[in-house]
Ligand binder design. Structure first.
Ligand code: GDP
Length: 425
């Protein structure tokens, strides 16, 4: 039996979905343990290209059971839409291959409105939210002002509970933001529509996972976003509102007794960042275009152009540390094939001093990148399938990253397809 976690060591979008899709062959269960449908995993396999938002990336493998754990922000509306869009393309999502924790809290209809209203209020100072309601949802979860998926099995209690929440939340909507209140009828429509459709998937997933553990099944924990977006360890307040680190996987999955044997940190061969917040290595304006185009760096959820820059080893080393990653999957190495000389950020210059330590978030605003340059390989590497297939310069680049982050790079991905990967172990 093996428990592994696949986590992001940077700002997210590292290609975690692609790694889960590749590795699920070796696992029986894939569990999402945090976050909501506010990011997207892109998976390319023999069935086509899919952007997943809430569903675990194991959904494409026959026999794999996918779980949305109690730490996940479950939005019934977007979940049923995602299930329907997969069904249209021949991927069946059933209560056999998807199980939703009865202890998962639900994103309520007003959470999206509140997200949008607050970003509007902030204007220029906005956080760059994807407006899926995730921050207001987690705030309410911690205030104990939302409902658990399992309440769908207690309709009378649930209706009473929702009426109380409605009364409370309408105060914020109308008096703080001057917006429209919600009505009981709105909530009825929500309950009878998407919630009713979601109900058959809801069960005691903690019991299911315990059984799976007892039977020696292999469990894969799948994270959303990356170290630098972790609520506690990231670039607060430009973080997400949940813990994206592997240490949270046992709690958010519903298997607090789980020991994670293997933490696979996913890292891109360069840097990207969606949304606001400090990003020390950012290339701006026209300088960013060649890399953004080569990497197709547009958000899977929003289509927003991602901010791009050279690889940031100060951030990566920190990201590896907070994830306690013991191996790294390096993705998108092929994207750098057009570069004659590749900049590598090895330190930050702050207050006249160079440092390799990732600083307190506010200090990032004045940090400048210190670059070393290495020669590019300037040829197509997307067909490489072994370490020896890679040109010498590409191997040197990978080895440099490996030395500087202090963690073995065991996978090198050279394309989005399932088999475009070099395994180094
Ligand atoms: P995730 O949220 O961490 O799963 O990342 P995303 O799905 O948002 O972004 C990763 C993107 O890169 C997706 O479009 C993948 O298909 C693509 N991708 C993943 N690995 C590679 C790679 O090695 N090379 C190339 N060219 N694309 C890749």
């Amino acid at each position: 039996m093996t428990n592994s976690a696949i986590v992001g060591v940077m700002w997210g979008d590292e290609g975690k979905g692609r790694m889960v899709d590749l590795l699920t062959d070796n696992y029986d269960v894939v569990v999402r343990f945090q976050g909501g449908g506010n990011a997207g995993h892109t998976v390319v396999n023999e069935r086509g290209t899919f952007a997943l938002h809430l569903l675990p990336s194991g959904i494409f493998r026959d026999g794999v059971v996918n779980v949305l754990g109690n730490g996940v922000a479950v939005d019934p509306q977007s979940l049923v839409e995602e299930i329907d869009s997969l069904a249209k393309r021949g991927v069946a999502v059933t209560p056999e291959n998807l199980k939703i924790s009865d202890r998962a809290s639900l994103v309520l209809p007003w959470h999206r409105d509140l997200d949008e209203l607050e970003e509007l209020r902030l204007g220029e100072r906005r956080y760059g939210s994807t407006k899926q309601g995730i921050a207001p949802f987690y705030a309410d979860k911690h205030q104990k002002k939302t409902v658990l998926a399992g309440e769908l099995f207690y309709p009378d209690d649930l209706r009473r509970h929702l009426a109380e929440l409605l009364e409370w939340k309408n105060l914020t909507l109308t008096e703080v933001y001057g917006s429209k209140p919600y009505s009981i009828e709105d909530l009825e429509a929500w309950l009878e529509g998407c919630c009713e459709r979601m109900r058959p998937f809801v069960c005691d997933t903690a019991a299911f996972l315990e059984r799976a553990q007892g039977e020696g099944k292999n469990i894969l924990f799948e994270a959303q976003l990356g170290s630098l977006r972790d609520l506690d360890y990231g670039i607060y307040p430009f973080t997400t509102s949940s813990n994206t680190t592997a240490a949270y996987a046992p709690i958010g999955s519903g298997l607090p007794s789980a020991r994670i044997d293997n933490v696979i940190g996913v890292m891109k061969a360069y840097s990207t960042c969606v949304g606001e917040g400090p990003f020390v290595c950012e290339l701006r304006g026209e300088d960013a275009e060649p890399l953004r185009e080569a990497g197709g760096e547009y958000g899977a959820k929003t289509g927003r152009p991602r901010r791009v820059g050279p690889v940031d080893l100060v951030a990566a080393r920190y990201g590896v540390k907070v994830q306690a990653a013991n191996e790294i999957a390096l993705t998108k190495l092929d994207v750098l094939s057009f570069m004659e000389r590749i900049p590598v950020c090895v330190a930050y210059l702050m207050g006249g001093r160079e440092t390799e330590d990732f600083p307190f978030p506010l200090a990032l605003d004045s940090a400048l990148p210190v670059y070393e340059y290495v020669d590019g390989w300037m040829c197509d590497i997307s067909g490489a399938r072994t370490w020896e297939d890679l040109p010498c310069k590409a191997r040197e680049y990978v080895s440099l990253l490996e030395r500087r982050i202090g963690c073995p790079i065991t996978y090198v991905s050279v394309g989005p397809e399932r088999d475009s990967i070099i395994v180094r172990k």
